[in-house]
Design a protein around this ligand. Sequence first.
Ligand code: DX5
Ligand code: ZN
Length: 213
Amino acid sequence: MKISPSIISSRLEFLKEEIEKSVSAGASSFHLDIMDGNFVPNLTMGPDFIRAVRRSTDLELDAHMMILNPEKYWKIFSSAGCDLFYFHYETPFDFHKVRNEIRGEKKKIGIAINPDTDPARILDLVPYLDRILVMTVYPGFSGQKFIESASDKISILRKHIDENGYSCEIEVDGGIDANTGKIVKKKGADVIVSASYIYGGDIGERIGILKSL
Ligand code: DX5
Ligand code: ZN
C-alpha cells in the first residue's frame, strides 16, 4: 500500500521535521489540501506554503484542489512545485484542455469525487487519468469519520481499470486509520491519504502500520 500523508494535520511549526520523519517512514508522496473558503468552508494553504514544502522534500507533491476555478489557479501551484493535480469532478472545468496543459508541463492529472458523486460519471475519463481520488469524507476538514458506503466506489473503479488494462491508480482520502485502511485496501485502493491518524501519533509507527496493511 502506498501512503500519501496529508500534512494539513502536521505540527506546522515543525513542518520540515515532520516531512522528514514521513519520508524516512516510507511515504510515497505528500497530499496537499488546498482549500479556498468557497468550494469548501475552510481556508488552508497557498503557493508560498507549497514552496516551503517543495524545499523540504523531493517526493511527489499532490495538490488536492478544493477550490472554485481550479483551471485558473493550478499553474500557480505547478510553479510552486506541485507534481499532480486533483480537480474535483464537482467543479466546472474543461477536462481535455486542462489535461493537455498539465501534460505539456510534464505533470500528472487526477479527478477527485465527493462521497455522493456516482463513479459512472467519470468512467469515460479514466483512460486519460493518472489517478482517481475517492473521497470517503465530505471535503473541508481533516479528522472526520470515514463514510463506509462511499468506499464501495473503489471496487467499481478497480473493476473498470483492471478489465480495461488502464494504468490509472485509485487513491482514497478521508477518515483513514489502521481499520478503515484495511477496508479500502480490500476494495482495491492503490494509495491512501491520511492526516489526523498519521500526525496524531508516532509518525513513523503509523505510516509503518498503514504501509503493511
Ligand atoms: C478533507 C481532505 C483530506 C483530509 C484527510 O477535506 O481532503 O485530505 O485532510 O484528513 P483525515 O485523514 O484526518 O480524515
Ligand atoms: Zn485531501
